[in-house]
Design a protein around this ligand. Sequence first.
Ligand code: GTP
Ligand code: MG
Length: 241
Amino acid sequence: MLDKLSSSLKETIRKIAKAKRIDKQTVDEIVRDIQRALIQADVKIALVKEISSRIRERSLKEKLVLNPREHVIKVVYEELINIIGRGVEVPLAAQKIMMVGLHGTGKTSSCAKLARYYQKKGLKPAVICADVYRPAAAEQLRQLCEKIGVPFYDGANLPLPEREKGVMGIVNAGVKEFEKYDVKIIDTAGRHALEKDMIKEIEDIKKAINPEQRFLVLDASIGQQASVQAHALTMQLESQA
Ligand SMILES: Nc1nc2c(ncn2[C@@H]2O[C@H](COP(=O)(O)OP(=O)(O)OP(=O)(O)O)[C@@H](O)[C@H]2O)c(=O)[nH]1
Ligand SMILES: [Mg+2]
């Protein structure tokens, strides 16, 4: 979905660059192309309307400092960044990161990607598997960590009663085990929906080890559901805080 959005937008930029002149008709055509691309990518209609009118307004009325084509490209770029957002800078510092999200969204893969990122930046990452529900979860993460040479903990050294206490025993022991590591990444189990037990688990981990970052991992094709999930999670966590 995002690949398609990106290629449609690139095509629009090419169209602007090749336009013979920039007049109301050209701008309307460009705005229509952008609307089509955004709607296909399941962007909220209200946002599509907002960006359309801002691009129209700024392209035709703003005082030009660049040539007209470059001006429109700049406006389109700035307005897209405005709605898509600039992203969050992940600090290059010692921290605990907790990955949460629904089933199969890429939490475990992202743990390894993040670990690799920090490793390349010269920090010492380590990964803790707090998914005790899916039998192959720990093995999957272990293999990924082995590939990149990052230490991995799943509570295998804990006495059985401790391990049977579930996720919290493993997370606490893992954080202790990796005391000397800079970045501790905690993988959690996926859920079918934002169920109460998922929120409770996040809350419990938050209380026990206070992770500086909590990442909600989403499938890129999720569209407007992304904001629904992020809001639901934030609201529930805040209401329980
Ligand atoms: N195309 C694509 N596939 C991905 C990406 N990340 C993960 N996958 C695949 O998606 C599937 C699920 O990924 P996982 O990392 O196991 O997802 P998870 O959220 O840990 O899953 P659960 O632990 O079962 O909830 C695997 O087959 C991955 O190879 C990605 O960025 N792009
Ligand atoms: Mg997983």
